[in-house]
Design a protein around this ligand. Structure first.
Ligand code: PMP
Length: 334
């Protein structure tokens, strides 16, 4: 079978049982390897879905110029998809972007618009959104993907991983454990699976320091998971529980994943593995657990797989544990 383009190879990712990392036979953990998508992440799906739906319904035209505020996996995926559809693409980024991601976006032919002024919160989020709005006003051909508010984002995962997991798993899962940033992946997959498996439990995984589920902001390094604003897409009433994992715990779990299963994955994959370890420790009976490993480890050589970085986030982890114990002597959660 000869494919007409690499876009045909987005999706249909494997579902792998992690039996070396989760040795208790009562706990069956199944991981969907979104890291095997062509541009390297789960974001290939919304990038392709949103662009192709737009081309069909006319909201994107042959001469449209696609823009998005992203310095990570979505920008990389959009750069690839836009190239193959002959569209121009500009990623609006800030100085915190990793040099590797900047290089990859450029390799795919994406253009870069770098903001430099910090916003009122001391970050760059508002400045980036203001730049997007300015560009939309200046150029009528610009089309903004707006991943935090675009329903096509979660719908791409509903028809993507959602449909595929139902075909791949012979029996219902008890838990769906997924990392959250825009919440597109979690809402898309959970809405699809819940239709067939209404008793399945949904567990979100957020980064310590992210404000998505009402916890206070604090420094965090790993991209992809967590957010510093609440996305329009996020519907908290559909997500009954959330586990917070910090950078150090994510990195340790990433290293266990490659050591035991030979899966070399990015930071948020470690976050979901650490969350499942915590979940399993509290379970009394058998459980079938499904998760997604969103991207590969190559883009995290300077963080997750760097020993100096690990020492830094370990210190932060230990400080947090100490202050938590002091402020919470009997161990209740706030
Ligand atoms: N992990 C990684 C590595 C990601 O790039 C993303 C997307 N930002 C997520 C997890 C979370 O996905 P979503 O935005 O769909 O919530």
């Amino acid at each position: 079978m000869i494919s007409q383009s690499i876009l045909e190879h987005i999706g249909d990712t494997p579902l792998v049982r992690l039996s070396r990392l989760f040795k208790n036979p009562q706990h069956q953990v199944f991981a969907k390897l979104e890291l095997m998508n062509p541009a390297g992440s789960v974001k290939d799906r919304p990038a392709r879905y949103i662009i192709e739906r737009g081309l069909v319904d006319g909201t994107i035209k042959k001469n449209s110029h696609i823009i998005e505020s992203s310095s990570g996996n979505l920008a990389i995926a959009l750069a690839m998809v836009c190239k193959l559809h002959g569209l121009s693409f500009t990623a609006i980024i800030d100085p915190k972007i990793s040099p590797t991601n900047l290089h990859i976006i450029r390799c795919y032919g994406g253009e870069i618009e770098m903001v430099s002024e910090k916003d009122s919160q001391g970050g760059y989020l508002e400045t980036r959104i203001n730049r997007v709005k300015h560009m939309l006003r200046e150029n009528p051909h610009m089309v903004w993907i707006n991943q935090y508010a675009n329903d096509l984002n979660w719908q791409s995962h509903y028809h993507g991983e959602g449909d595929e997991i139902l075909r791949q798993l012979d029996r219902p899962a008890d838990y769906l454990v997924l990392g959250v940033s825009t919440s597109g992946t979690l809402h898309g997959i959970s809405r699809r699976l819940k239709r067939e498996w209404p008793r399945m439990n949904i567990v979100a995984v957020d980064a310590v320091g992210s404000i998505l589920f009402g916890t206070p902001p604090s420094p965090r390094d790993l991209p992809g998971i967590g957010a510093s604003r609440v996305p329009e897409l996020l519907k908290r009433d559909e997500i009954p529980s959330c586990i917070h994992i910090d950078d150090y715990e994510s990195a340790i779990a990433c290293r266990q994943l490659v050591d035991k299963e030979g899966i070399f994955a990015g930071g948020s994959s470690g976050s979901v593995i650490a969350a499942i370890q915590r979940l399993c420790a509290g379970l009394t009976g058998p459980a079938r657990i499904v998760t997604v490993l969103p991207d590969r480890g190559d883009r995290y050589l300077d963080t997750v797989y760097d020993d100096d970085w690990l020492v830094k986030v370990r210190q932060r982890h230990l400080q947090r544990s100490t202050s938590h114990t002091l402020s919470n002597p009997v161990g209740q959660t706030a």
